[in-house]
Design a binder for this molecule. Structure first.
Ligand code: PLP
Length: 439
């Protein structure tokens, strides 16, 4: 596709025409990219395409549209705020929607998390958490604690500090390893969600060893609690986190939970932290925070972390302030999303989703499958090689389902309002793929 000629007649720009799409798509080789599925409407769990076909969205638009599309109450909450003012800066001004949302987040997150710093996306929320952890120690006169520990198979976003804590060997940002800040990595916890205290001992021993050798330079450890998502749906045990918390306390290392993907019910409880006895020092929320309506993130800190920034010196303040932080429209829709989540017992819906996913996927096997895994409203099939799912997106779309596999994973993370029949339609397509006729 050729771009229309520009009205700018400068010679320098004339040479810059392109044969490719003006829209640069994410995670895509643009040389041969064909995006021919156009959404014209979305309602509930359904995407309506330009040819009139409807697809059930199996992945909630990258795991965020928890309440389904075009939710009348969310639409109304957003429009009511837009009609007052859609945005107002948080520098020196306050507004009710943002304040109420912060109060609500403090109420529903683990006890001890009391101070909410808003930003615009999950990646920025993680950047904020890392910067906050470093400055927590700087403000106490400790300039040595500058490094972060992360897990292999981790994914924490696409910006620079986030890239530095994504898996350095297999992750999508591996080409930047060596350029981004150098961090420590521990093996991805093994043993699955139900691993016992004894079963996680080996993984914890490695963390202990690292902390014993390097805690003088370690500010924090960041992890996706219980479910490593984009790193391949590695589910691990609450026991690992319980024991890790004790190590963090012993070695003066802050514990950061990146609940961007796990937050708001995805693992079966409101937050993954609720499966554990742990309150992290810092927690990051995004995605479901606004039910997928608008980008926003919350980085929530304990009083202990927050108080390290209190001082008579302005230099100790947290020098961060994205233009759109605390955007009232995002906060209004987020507040309404939590009200609906609580009122309509979404945790019961998630339990029902988990039961169906377990019933449909856990016993399913095929020679191309390594394992099937389910936790909360997440079901994944790990195949032996990426080529084993090549073509499944088109296969599923022809059968009325929107799937987007990656690496060696075919998965569903549906909106919580999905009906049992709609969910079974998704799992059936995932299974039918392996039974298809091959040429
Ligand atoms: N952290 C985790 C665990 C994620 O899964 C993601 C996105 O998938 C991010 C951070 C980045 O969030 P965003 O895409 O909103 O920047």
């Amino acid at each position: 596709m050729s771009t229309p000629s520009s009205t700018n007649d400068s010679k320098a720009c004339e040479s810059q025409t392109s044969d490719y799409s003006s829209l640069w798509y994410p995670y895509a080789q643009m040389k041969n990219l064909e995006v021919n599925l156009e959404v014209v409407e979305a309602q509930g769990v359904n995407l309506t395409m330009s040819d009139g076909k409807q697809l059930v969205d199996a992945i909630s638009s990258w795991w965020c549209v928890s309440h389904g599309y075009n939710h009348p109450e969310l639409n109304q909450a957003m429009m009511e705020q837009v009609n007052k003012f859609s945005h107002i800066m948080l520098g020196g001004l306050k507004n009710k929607a943002t304040e109420q949302f912060a109060d609500k987040l403090v109420e529903i997150t683990p006890k001890g998390l009391n101070h909410v710093f808003f930003s615009d996306s999950g990646s920025v929320g993680v950047e904020v958490a890392i910067k906050m952890a470093l400055q927590y120690f700087f403000n106490q006169g400790n300039q040595k604690k500058t490094r972060i520990v992360a897990l292999q198979r981790a994914y924490h976003g696409d910006t620079t500090a986030c890239m530095s804590v994504c898996d350095p060997a297999e992750g999508m940002h591996k080409m930047f390893h060596g350029i981004t800040p150098e961090q420590f990595f521990l093996p991805a916890p093994s043993g699955g969600f139900n691993a016992s205290e004894e079963a996680v001992a080996e993984d914890i021993a490695l963390a202990r060893e690292l902390f014993e050798q390097h805690s003088d330079t370690i500010a924090a450890i960041i992890l996706e609690p219980l479910m490593q998502g984009a790193g391949g749906f590695n589910f691990y045990s609450p026991e690992y986190l319980n024991q890790l918390k004790a190590l963090c306390e012993a070695h003066d290392v802050l514990l950061i939970f990146d609940e961007v993907a796990t937050g708001f019910g995805r693992t079966g409880k409101l937050f993954a932290a609720n499966h554990t006895q742990v309150c992290p020092d810092i927690m990051v929320l995004a995605k479901g925070l606004t039910a997928g309506y608008i980008g926003h993130a919350a980085t929530i800190a304990t009083t202990q972390v927050f108080e390290a920034f209190l001082s008579d010196s302005a230099a100790k303040a947290f020098m961060h302030g994205p233009t759109f932080m605390g955007n009232p429209t995002a906060c209004a829709v987020g507040l309404k999303a939590i009200e609906i989540f609580e009122r309509d017992n979404f945790l019961d819906k998630i339990e029902e989703i988990e039961n169906i996913l377990k019933e449909e996927l856990l016993d399913f096997s095929h020679e191309e499958i390594v394992e099937t895994r389910v936790l909360g409203a997440t079901g994944a099939i790990e195949v032996k090689e990426a080529k084993h799912h090549h073509g499944i997106q088109e296969f599923a779309a022809e059968r009325g389902v929107w799937l987007r596999p990656f690496e060696r994973y075919i998965y569903t993370m549906p909106p919580y309002i999905i009906s049992p029949d709609e969910l079974r339609k998704i799992t059936q397509v995932m299974k039918d793929w392996f039974a298809r006729e091959r040429d």
